[in-house]
Ligand binder design. Structure first.
Ligand SMILES: Nc1ncnc2c1ncn2[C@@H]1O[C@H](COP(=O)(O)OP(=O)(O)O)[C@@H](O)[C@H]1O
Ligand SMILES: [Mg+2]
Length: 419
Protein backbone atom coordinates (compact mmCIF):
# COMPACT_ATOMS: atom_id res chain seq x y z
CA UNK A 1 0.00 0.00 0.00
CA UNK A 2 1.08 3.59 -0.34
CA UNK A 3 3.77 4.94 1.93
CA UNK A 4 1.33 7.31 3.58
CA UNK A 5 -1.50 4.83 4.11
CA UNK A 6 -1.06 5.33 7.83
CA UNK A 7 -2.16 8.96 7.61
CA UNK A 8 -5.46 9.23 9.55
CA UNK A 9 -7.29 10.95 6.69
CA UNK A 10 -6.15 8.34 4.20
CA UNK A 11 -7.09 5.64 6.66
CA UNK A 12 -10.64 6.99 6.81
CA UNK A 13 -11.02 6.67 3.05
CA UNK A 14 -9.38 3.25 3.04
CA UNK A 15 -11.65 1.95 5.80
CA UNK A 16 -14.89 3.51 4.70
CA UNK A 17 -14.62 3.57 0.92
CA UNK A 18 -12.06 1.16 -0.44
CA UNK A 19 -12.22 -1.71 1.98
CA UNK A 20 -14.91 -3.52 0.02
CA UNK A 21 -14.05 -2.17 -3.39
CA UNK A 22 -13.55 -5.08 -5.76
CA UNK A 23 -10.87 -3.36 -7.80
CA UNK A 24 -8.99 -2.21 -4.74
CA UNK A 25 -9.05 -5.71 -3.32
CA UNK A 26 -7.66 -7.08 -6.56
CA UNK A 27 -5.03 -4.44 -7.31
CA UNK A 28 -4.54 -2.33 -4.21
CA UNK A 29 -2.13 -4.46 -2.26
CA UNK A 30 -0.14 -6.40 -4.77
CA UNK A 31 2.60 -3.90 -5.47
CA UNK A 32 5.31 -1.91 -3.80
CA UNK A 33 4.53 1.71 -4.56
CA UNK A 34 7.39 3.08 -2.47
CA UNK A 35 9.76 2.20 -5.25
CA UNK A 36 7.86 2.39 -8.48
CA UNK A 37 4.51 2.69 -10.09
CA UNK A 38 1.43 1.76 -8.14
CA UNK A 39 -2.18 0.96 -8.91
CA UNK A 40 -3.21 3.13 -6.00
CA UNK A 41 -1.30 6.17 -4.84
CA UNK A 42 -2.57 8.27 -1.94
CA UNK A 43 -1.73 11.85 -1.02
CA UNK A 44 -2.90 14.51 1.40
CA UNK A 45 -2.17 18.20 0.99
CA UNK A 46 0.95 17.63 3.13
CA UNK A 47 2.41 15.32 0.46
CA UNK A 48 3.65 16.13 -3.00
CA UNK A 49 0.49 15.97 -5.02
CA UNK A 50 1.02 17.67 -8.36
CA UNK A 51 -0.29 15.63 -11.29
CA UNK A 52 3.04 15.83 -13.17
CA UNK A 53 4.79 13.88 -10.40
CA UNK A 54 1.86 11.57 -9.77
CA UNK A 55 1.71 10.68 -13.46
CA UNK A 56 4.92 8.65 -13.15
CA UNK A 57 3.93 7.08 -9.83
CA UNK A 58 0.63 5.69 -10.95
CA UNK A 59 0.39 2.79 -13.34
CA UNK A 60 -1.68 3.19 -16.50
CA UNK A 61 -5.30 2.72 -15.42
CA UNK A 62 -4.36 3.09 -11.76
CA UNK A 63 -5.88 5.55 -9.30
CA UNK A 64 -4.58 8.63 -7.60
CA UNK A 65 -6.49 9.33 -4.39
CA UNK A 66 -6.32 12.80 -2.88
CA UNK A 67 -7.62 13.38 0.64
CA UNK A 68 -8.06 16.59 2.63
CA UNK A 69 -10.25 18.29 5.23
CA UNK A 70 -10.56 21.21 2.88
CA UNK A 71 -13.17 20.75 0.20
CA UNK A 72 -11.73 23.69 -1.69
CA UNK A 73 -8.32 22.07 -1.93
CA UNK A 74 -9.83 18.83 -3.11
CA UNK A 75 -11.88 20.70 -5.71
CA UNK A 76 -8.85 22.62 -7.03
CA UNK A 77 -6.59 19.58 -7.10
CA UNK A 78 -9.27 17.54 -8.87
CA UNK A 79 -9.41 20.15 -11.62
CA UNK A 80 -5.65 19.99 -12.09
CA UNK A 81 -5.84 16.23 -12.45
CA UNK A 82 -8.66 16.37 -14.98
CA UNK A 83 -6.41 18.40 -17.27
CA UNK A 84 -3.39 16.17 -16.87
CA UNK A 85 -4.34 12.80 -18.33
CA UNK A 86 -6.51 11.60 -15.44
CA UNK A 87 -10.26 11.01 -15.28
CA UNK A 88 -12.39 11.83 -12.28
CA UNK A 89 -14.69 8.85 -12.23
CA UNK A 90 -17.07 9.92 -9.56
CA UNK A 91 -17.85 13.32 -8.09
CA UNK A 92 -15.79 14.58 -5.17
CA UNK A 93 -17.11 12.84 -2.09
CA UNK A 94 -16.65 12.90 1.64
CA UNK A 95 -16.65 10.59 4.63
CA UNK A 96 -16.77 11.37 8.33
CA UNK A 97 -13.70 11.23 10.50
CA UNK A 98 -14.58 10.56 14.15
CA UNK A 99 -12.60 12.76 16.53
CA UNK A 100 -10.38 10.83 18.89
CA UNK A 101 -11.51 12.22 22.21
CA UNK A 102 -15.00 13.24 21.15
CA UNK A 103 -16.18 10.22 19.17
CA UNK A 104 -19.72 11.59 18.90
CA UNK A 105 -18.36 14.54 16.92
CA UNK A 106 -16.70 14.19 13.55
CA UNK A 107 -14.96 16.13 10.81
CA UNK A 108 -15.55 15.78 7.13
CA UNK A 109 -12.82 14.21 5.00
CA UNK A 110 -13.08 15.07 1.32
CA UNK A 111 -11.48 13.02 -1.41
CA UNK A 112 -11.40 12.23 -5.10
CA UNK A 113 -10.20 9.26 -7.12
CA UNK A 114 -8.66 10.05 -10.48
CA UNK A 115 -7.75 7.32 -12.92
CA UNK A 116 -4.75 7.65 -15.22
CA UNK A 117 -6.22 7.29 -18.70
CA UNK A 118 -3.34 8.52 -20.87
CA UNK A 119 -0.10 6.69 -21.58
CA UNK A 120 1.94 9.87 -21.68
CA UNK A 121 1.18 13.26 -20.14
CA UNK A 122 -0.84 15.54 -22.45
CA UNK A 123 1.52 17.51 -24.68
CA UNK A 124 4.49 15.15 -24.24
CA UNK A 125 6.12 13.43 -27.20
CA UNK A 126 7.58 9.94 -26.93
CA UNK A 127 9.26 7.41 -29.18
CA UNK A 128 7.82 4.51 -27.23
CA UNK A 129 4.43 4.67 -28.94
CA UNK A 130 3.18 5.69 -32.36
CA UNK A 131 -0.60 5.76 -32.20
CA UNK A 132 -2.85 7.68 -29.85
CA UNK A 133 -3.71 5.12 -27.21
CA UNK A 134 -5.80 5.75 -24.13
CA UNK A 135 -8.20 4.04 -21.78
CA UNK A 136 -11.87 4.79 -22.32
CA UNK A 137 -14.75 4.10 -19.98
CA UNK A 138 -17.29 1.72 -21.48
CA UNK A 139 -20.11 2.75 -19.17
CA UNK A 140 -22.68 0.39 -20.64
CA UNK A 141 -20.60 -2.59 -19.59
CA UNK A 142 -18.98 -1.10 -16.55
CA UNK A 143 -15.43 -1.63 -17.76
CA UNK A 144 -12.53 0.10 -19.46
CA UNK A 145 -11.38 -0.52 -22.97
CA UNK A 146 -8.23 0.51 -24.79
CA UNK A 147 -8.84 2.95 -27.63
CA UNK A 148 -6.16 3.09 -30.31
CA UNK A 149 -6.58 5.70 -32.99
CA UNK A 150 -4.75 7.16 -35.94
CA UNK A 151 -2.91 10.20 -34.59
CA UNK A 152 -3.82 13.70 -35.68
CA UNK A 153 -1.80 15.60 -38.30
CA UNK A 154 -0.55 17.91 -35.57
CA UNK A 155 0.79 15.05 -33.45
CA UNK A 156 2.63 13.50 -36.41
CA UNK A 157 3.99 16.88 -37.55
CA UNK A 158 5.42 17.49 -34.07
CA UNK A 159 7.12 14.13 -34.02
CA UNK A 160 8.54 14.51 -37.51
CA UNK A 161 9.79 18.01 -36.73
CA UNK A 162 11.60 16.70 -33.71
CA UNK A 163 13.21 13.90 -35.65
CA UNK A 164 14.17 15.95 -38.72
CA UNK A 165 14.42 19.53 -37.51
CA UNK A 166 16.05 20.71 -40.74
CA UNK A 167 13.18 19.62 -43.05
CA UNK A 168 11.03 22.42 -44.55
CA UNK A 169 7.57 22.68 -43.05
CA UNK A 170 5.60 21.76 -46.16
CA UNK A 171 7.66 18.58 -46.62
CA UNK A 172 6.93 17.66 -43.01
CA UNK A 173 3.25 18.42 -43.54
CA UNK A 174 3.07 16.32 -46.68
CA UNK A 175 4.81 13.41 -45.00
CA UNK A 176 2.54 13.67 -41.97
CA UNK A 177 -0.53 13.55 -44.24
CA UNK A 178 0.78 10.39 -45.84
CA UNK A 179 1.00 8.81 -42.40
CA UNK A 180 -2.40 9.93 -41.17
CA UNK A 181 -4.27 9.34 -44.43
CA UNK A 182 -2.60 6.19 -45.71
CA UNK A 183 -0.03 4.40 -43.64
CA UNK A 184 -1.56 4.40 -40.16
CA UNK A 185 -5.10 3.54 -41.30
CA UNK A 186 -3.71 0.69 -43.38
CA UNK A 187 -1.75 -0.74 -40.46
CA UNK A 188 -4.63 -0.30 -38.03
CA UNK A 189 -6.94 -2.09 -40.45
CA UNK A 190 -4.45 -4.92 -40.63
CA UNK A 191 -4.14 -5.03 -36.85
CA UNK A 192 -7.90 -5.41 -36.40
CA UNK A 193 -7.84 -8.28 -38.90
CA UNK A 194 -4.90 -9.98 -37.20
CA UNK A 195 -6.59 -9.75 -33.79
CA UNK A 196 -9.57 -11.55 -35.29
CA UNK A 197 -7.34 -14.28 -36.68
CA UNK A 198 -5.71 -14.69 -33.28
CA UNK A 199 -9.07 -15.13 -31.56
CA UNK A 200 -10.10 -17.67 -34.18
CA UNK A 201 -6.94 -19.73 -34.18
CA UNK A 202 -5.29 -19.53 -30.80
CA UNK A 203 -6.10 -22.37 -28.41
CA UNK A 204 -8.52 -21.17 -25.78
CA UNK A 205 -6.01 -20.85 -22.96
CA UNK A 206 -4.01 -18.26 -24.93
CA UNK A 207 -6.87 -16.12 -26.26
CA UNK A 208 -7.04 -13.92 -23.19
CA UNK A 209 -3.35 -13.08 -23.47
CA UNK A 210 -3.70 -11.07 -26.68
CA UNK A 211 -6.19 -8.24 -27.20
CA UNK A 212 -9.63 -8.86 -28.53
CA UNK A 213 -11.01 -6.18 -30.83
CA UNK A 214 -14.40 -5.01 -29.55
CA UNK A 215 -15.18 -2.07 -31.81
CA UNK A 216 -13.84 -0.26 -34.88
CA UNK A 217 -14.59 2.98 -36.68
CA UNK A 218 -13.82 3.13 -40.38
CA UNK A 219 -13.38 5.98 -42.84
CA UNK A 220 -15.29 6.26 -46.11
CA UNK A 221 -12.76 4.00 -47.85
CA UNK A 222 -13.26 1.28 -45.27
CA UNK A 223 -9.96 1.82 -43.44
CA UNK A 224 -9.97 1.55 -39.66
CA UNK A 225 -9.21 4.87 -37.95
CA UNK A 226 -10.13 3.83 -34.45
CA UNK A 227 -10.07 0.45 -32.79
CA UNK A 228 -11.13 -0.56 -29.29
CA UNK A 229 -9.78 -3.62 -27.51
CA UNK A 230 -10.25 -5.24 -24.15
CA UNK A 231 -7.72 -4.01 -21.61
CA UNK A 232 -5.02 -6.50 -20.62
CA UNK A 233 -4.33 -4.89 -17.30
CA UNK A 234 -0.88 -5.25 -15.78
CA UNK A 235 -1.01 -6.71 -12.30
CA UNK A 236 -1.14 -9.87 -10.24
CA UNK A 237 1.71 -11.60 -8.50
CA UNK A 238 5.23 -10.83 -9.71
CA UNK A 239 6.79 -13.44 -11.98
CA UNK A 240 10.35 -14.64 -11.73
CA UNK A 241 12.45 -13.71 -14.75
CA UNK A 242 12.50 -17.32 -15.87
CA UNK A 243 8.72 -17.64 -15.58
CA UNK A 244 8.33 -14.45 -17.58
CA UNK A 245 10.64 -15.82 -20.28
CA UNK A 246 8.86 -19.18 -20.36
CA UNK A 247 5.40 -17.68 -20.56
CA UNK A 248 6.49 -15.31 -23.31
CA UNK A 249 8.12 -18.13 -25.28
CA UNK A 250 5.05 -20.32 -24.78
CA UNK A 251 2.72 -17.58 -26.03
CA UNK A 252 4.99 -16.91 -28.99
CA UNK A 253 4.93 -20.61 -29.82
CA UNK A 254 1.11 -20.52 -29.88
CA UNK A 255 1.05 -17.31 -31.95
CA UNK A 256 3.54 -18.74 -34.46
CA UNK A 257 2.39 -22.32 -34.70
CA UNK A 258 -1.34 -22.27 -33.98
CA UNK A 259 -2.34 -18.85 -35.32
CA UNK A 260 0.51 -18.65 -37.84
CA UNK A 261 1.05 -15.01 -37.05
CA UNK A 262 4.45 -13.28 -36.88
CA UNK A 263 4.46 -10.29 -34.54
CA UNK A 264 7.58 -8.46 -35.81
CA UNK A 265 7.63 -5.85 -33.05
CA UNK A 266 8.06 -7.83 -29.84
CA UNK A 267 9.52 -5.01 -27.80
CA UNK A 268 8.98 -5.07 -24.05
CA UNK A 269 6.70 -2.07 -24.48
CA UNK A 270 4.42 -4.42 -26.37
CA UNK A 271 4.28 -6.99 -23.57
CA UNK A 272 2.09 -7.00 -20.50
CA UNK A 273 2.10 -9.07 -17.31
CA UNK A 274 -1.47 -9.68 -16.25
CA UNK A 275 -2.96 -11.85 -13.51
CA UNK A 276 -3.56 -14.38 -16.34
CA UNK A 277 0.06 -14.37 -17.41
CA UNK A 278 2.31 -12.68 -19.94
CA UNK A 279 0.48 -11.12 -22.88
CA UNK A 280 1.44 -9.48 -26.17
CA UNK A 281 -0.19 -6.34 -27.57
CA UNK A 282 0.41 -4.18 -30.64
CA UNK A 283 -0.03 -6.52 -33.57
CA UNK A 284 0.23 -3.42 -35.77
CA UNK A 285 3.15 -4.72 -37.81
CA UNK A 286 2.19 -8.39 -37.65
CA UNK A 287 1.81 -10.60 -40.73
CA UNK A 288 0.31 -13.97 -41.36
CA UNK A 289 2.70 -16.77 -42.34
CA UNK A 290 2.70 -17.10 -46.12
CA UNK A 291 0.88 -13.81 -46.62
CA UNK A 292 1.73 -12.24 -49.97
CA UNK A 293 2.81 -8.77 -48.96
CA UNK A 294 4.23 -8.04 -52.41
CA UNK A 295 0.80 -8.14 -54.09
CA UNK A 296 -0.08 -4.76 -52.57
CA UNK A 297 2.49 -2.20 -53.75
CA UNK A 298 1.99 0.23 -50.85
CA UNK A 299 2.27 -2.60 -48.34
CA UNK A 300 5.33 -4.01 -50.08
CA UNK A 301 7.07 -0.62 -49.86
CA UNK A 302 6.05 -0.09 -46.25
CA UNK A 303 7.20 -3.50 -45.07
CA UNK A 304 10.38 -3.02 -47.07
CA UNK A 305 11.02 0.18 -45.10
CA UNK A 306 9.93 -1.32 -41.80
CA UNK A 307 12.29 -4.21 -42.31
CA UNK A 308 15.13 -1.79 -42.86
CA UNK A 309 14.42 0.88 -40.31
CA UNK A 310 12.64 -0.67 -37.34
CA UNK A 311 14.43 -0.87 -34.01
CA UNK A 312 14.52 -4.64 -34.15
CA UNK A 313 16.07 -4.69 -37.58
CA UNK A 314 18.69 -2.10 -36.75
CA UNK A 315 19.61 -4.08 -33.68
CA UNK A 316 19.77 -7.29 -35.66
CA UNK A 317 22.01 -5.60 -38.22
CA UNK A 318 24.38 -4.29 -35.59
CA UNK A 319 24.56 -7.55 -33.70
CA UNK A 320 25.18 -9.54 -36.86
CA UNK A 321 28.00 -7.21 -37.92
CA UNK A 322 29.56 -7.28 -34.46
CA UNK A 323 29.39 -11.09 -34.32
CA UNK A 324 26.84 -11.23 -31.49
CA UNK A 325 24.45 -13.07 -33.77
CA UNK A 326 25.85 -15.92 -35.88
CA UNK A 327 22.90 -18.36 -36.05
CA UNK A 328 22.28 -18.75 -39.73
CA UNK A 329 18.48 -18.82 -39.59
CA UNK A 330 18.49 -15.50 -37.71
CA UNK A 331 21.17 -13.86 -39.86
CA UNK A 332 19.32 -14.81 -43.02
CA UNK A 333 16.07 -13.35 -41.66
CA UNK A 334 17.63 -9.87 -41.77
CA UNK A 335 15.32 -7.55 -43.63
CA UNK A 336 12.69 -10.27 -43.99
CA UNK A 337 9.29 -11.06 -42.60
CA UNK A 338 10.23 -14.21 -40.71
CA UNK A 339 9.44 -16.02 -37.44
CA UNK A 340 13.16 -15.92 -36.64
CA UNK A 341 12.88 -12.15 -36.16
CA UNK A 342 10.45 -12.71 -33.25
CA UNK A 343 12.61 -15.46 -31.75
CA UNK A 344 15.68 -13.24 -31.96
CA UNK A 345 14.00 -10.32 -30.27
CA UNK A 346 12.41 -12.39 -27.56
CA UNK A 347 15.75 -14.01 -26.72
CA UNK A 348 17.33 -10.58 -26.37
CA UNK A 349 14.45 -9.01 -24.45
CA UNK A 350 14.04 -11.50 -21.67
CA UNK A 351 17.47 -10.44 -20.43
CA UNK A 352 16.35 -6.91 -19.62
CA UNK A 353 12.69 -7.22 -18.62
CA UNK A 354 12.75 -3.94 -16.72
CA UNK A 355 13.28 -1.89 -19.87
CA UNK A 356 9.51 -1.45 -19.77
CA UNK A 357 8.98 0.66 -16.61
CA UNK A 358 5.42 -0.66 -16.24
CA UNK A 359 6.78 -4.17 -15.64
CA UNK A 360 9.32 -3.29 -12.95
CA UNK A 361 7.31 -4.52 -10.00
CA UNK A 362 5.85 -7.41 -11.93
CA UNK A 363 9.02 -9.24 -12.90
CA UNK A 364 11.65 -10.21 -10.36
CA UNK A 365 14.92 -9.54 -12.09
CA UNK A 366 18.32 -9.42 -10.42
CA UNK A 367 21.21 -8.87 -12.81
CA UNK A 368 24.05 -11.22 -11.95
CA UNK A 369 21.80 -13.73 -10.11
CA UNK A 370 22.04 -17.43 -11.03
CA UNK A 371 18.79 -17.13 -12.89
CA UNK A 372 19.79 -14.00 -14.85
CA UNK A 373 23.14 -15.58 -15.74
CA UNK A 374 21.48 -18.82 -16.87
CA UNK A 375 19.01 -16.93 -19.07
CA UNK A 376 21.86 -14.90 -20.54
CA UNK A 377 23.76 -18.07 -21.31
CA UNK A 378 20.71 -19.44 -23.08
CA UNK A 379 20.35 -16.28 -25.15
CA UNK A 380 23.96 -16.69 -26.18
CA UNK A 381 23.28 -20.27 -27.26
CA UNK A 382 20.33 -19.09 -29.32
CA UNK A 383 22.18 -16.24 -31.01
CA UNK A 384 25.63 -17.79 -31.34
CA UNK A 385 25.19 -21.59 -31.39
CA UNK A 386 28.23 -23.89 -31.61
CA UNK A 387 27.18 -24.90 -35.11
CA UNK A 388 25.62 -21.78 -36.63
CA UNK A 389 24.41 -23.64 -39.71
CA UNK A 390 22.52 -26.18 -37.59
CA UNK A 391 21.41 -24.49 -34.40
CA UNK A 392 19.64 -26.63 -31.85
CA UNK A 393 17.32 -23.84 -30.75
CA UNK A 394 15.47 -22.32 -33.66
CA UNK A 395 11.76 -21.98 -33.05
CA UNK A 396 9.78 -20.48 -30.18
CA UNK A 397 8.97 -24.07 -29.20
CA UNK A 398 12.70 -24.87 -28.98
CA UNK A 399 13.23 -21.77 -26.83
CA UNK A 400 10.43 -22.91 -24.57
CA UNK A 401 11.98 -26.38 -24.15
CA UNK A 402 15.42 -24.91 -23.50
CA UNK A 403 13.98 -22.63 -20.82
CA UNK A 404 12.31 -25.64 -19.19
CA UNK A 405 15.70 -27.31 -19.03
CA UNK A 406 17.24 -24.21 -17.46
CA UNK A 407 14.50 -24.23 -14.87
CA UNK A 408 15.04 -27.89 -14.10
CA UNK A 409 18.77 -27.35 -13.71
CA UNK A 410 18.28 -24.40 -11.38
CA UNK A 411 15.30 -25.48 -9.35
CA UNK A 412 14.80 -29.14 -10.16
CA UNK A 413 11.34 -28.30 -11.45
CA UNK A 414 9.52 -26.51 -14.20
CA UNK A 415 7.25 -23.72 -12.92
CA UNK A 416 3.62 -24.13 -13.84
CA UNK A 417 2.65 -22.04 -16.82
CA UNK A 418 -0.74 -21.23 -15.48
CA UNK A 419 -0.88 -18.70 -12.71
N1 LIG B 1 -5.20 -4.17 -25.22
C1 LIG B 1 -4.26 -3.63 -24.44
N2 LIG B 1 -4.18 -3.96 -23.15
C2 LIG B 1 -3.25 -3.40 -22.34
N3 LIG B 1 -2.36 -2.50 -22.73
C3 LIG B 1 -2.40 -2.12 -24.02
C4 LIG B 1 -3.33 -2.67 -24.94
N4 LIG B 1 -3.13 -2.08 -26.13
C5 LIG B 1 -2.13 -1.22 -25.96
N5 LIG B 1 -1.68 -1.23 -24.70
C6 LIG B 1 -0.64 -0.37 -24.12
O1 LIG B 1 -0.56 0.78 -24.92
C7 LIG B 1 0.73 0.91 -25.48
C8 LIG B 1 0.61 1.48 -26.88
O2 LIG B 1 -0.21 0.65 -27.66
P1 LIG B 1 0.35 -0.06 -28.96
O3 LIG B 1 -0.72 -0.91 -29.52
O4 LIG B 1 1.64 -0.71 -28.64
O5 LIG B 1 0.56 1.21 -29.91
P2 LIG B 1 1.83 1.72 -30.70
O6 LIG B 1 1.69 1.06 -32.00
O7 LIG B 1 1.66 3.16 -30.72
O8 LIG B 1 3.07 1.27 -29.98
C9 LIG B 1 1.32 -0.47 -25.39
O9 LIG B 1 2.72 -0.40 -25.31
C10 LIG B 1 0.72 -1.03 -24.12
O10 LIG B 1 1.42 -0.55 -23.00
MG1 LIG C 1 3.59 -0.56 -29.30
Amino acid sequence: MAANASNPLVECVLRQVLVNDEEFLAFGNSLHPETGMADYRFATDQDTHDPETAFWQVRWGGNFVFVSNSRDKVQRTAEEYSNAGFLLERPISSVRQPLKFLPFLSRKVHYFLARKMQLIPPGDITDRFTYMVELTADKARDRYVVTKRVPTDEWVINRLKRRWPELPYDTVEKRAKKFTEKIFPLFLTREAAILKILQEHLPEQYRGRVPQCVNVEKDSRGFVRMMQMNWLRNGGRPLRQLEFAMQAADLLRAVHDAAEVIHLDLRLDNMVVTPDGVGFVDFGSAVRVGEDISSNPLLATLYGELMKTSHIQRMLDQMTISGHVTAEHICSSRGKVDKAVDVFYLAVQFNSPHDNPDLKELIEFKPGSDEAVAVQRLTKRILTPPDPMNPQIKSAKDVMRALEMVSEELYGAVPSLTT
